[in-house]
Design a protein around this ligand. Sequence first.
Ligand code: PGA
Length: 249
Amino acid sequence: MRKPMVAGNWKMNTTVDEAEVLVAAMLPELNTAGGVDILLCPPFMSIQTISGMISGSQVLLGAQNVFYEAKGAYTGEISPGMLAPYCQYVILGHSERRQYFGEDGKIIGKKINAAIGAGIKPIFCIGEKLEGKEAGKTKEVLAAQLDESLTVADISHELVVAYEPVWAIGSGLAATAREANETIGFIRKKLGQLLGSEMAEQIRILYGGSVTPSNAEGIMAQPEIDGALVGGASLKIPDFSAIVMAAAS
Ligand code: PGA
């Protein structure tokens, strides 16, 4: 049995002060949810503060990115070792990293390896763009993304995969639950080919892209979908709590 997970990707939102207010307000509600891993992924600046606030609670902490080298002359970067004391997870390969920061499958694969090496579990994001979907190439695109990044990585079942169709992110146009379930089933089959079916059965695969309280229950009810990676709605306390509750129930 795979434990469901709901992860909030705050992206580049909240100052440290704002993050503190947000976490203080959401923590009591999140702590009432059972049977679900709840993960907050704030900006780097707030990680240390939030780590202190959630200690002793069931809420987990993740980063939104990490570099693959351990240390050295890499101006502006953050290493896995710097995150490891605070973060259990790190989001890698998000489509915004691919689009705005030129990250390709090889770079993402190195980051996956480096995170695992430092004891941080990667949440590896894949997803097709609208052109790919319209051309009927969704499966081809996803298979290529998995091939590119997982062949160089030393993967364990602690890997989490997030299927995030790029056209669904921040657009209000989520994939239908059935569509997402079918695609995630394909991803699991492909993971089985790459890593063995036993491991593929243990790896959690999340859906991401315009998850809201109104579609969360339908998404969570799907057998292949193990949870959600939530962007916009993760900054709204009632919305994020409702999504977490949908995964818990
Ligand atoms: P969204 O973002 O929920 O705002 O669509 C999801 C994500 O980018 O992880």
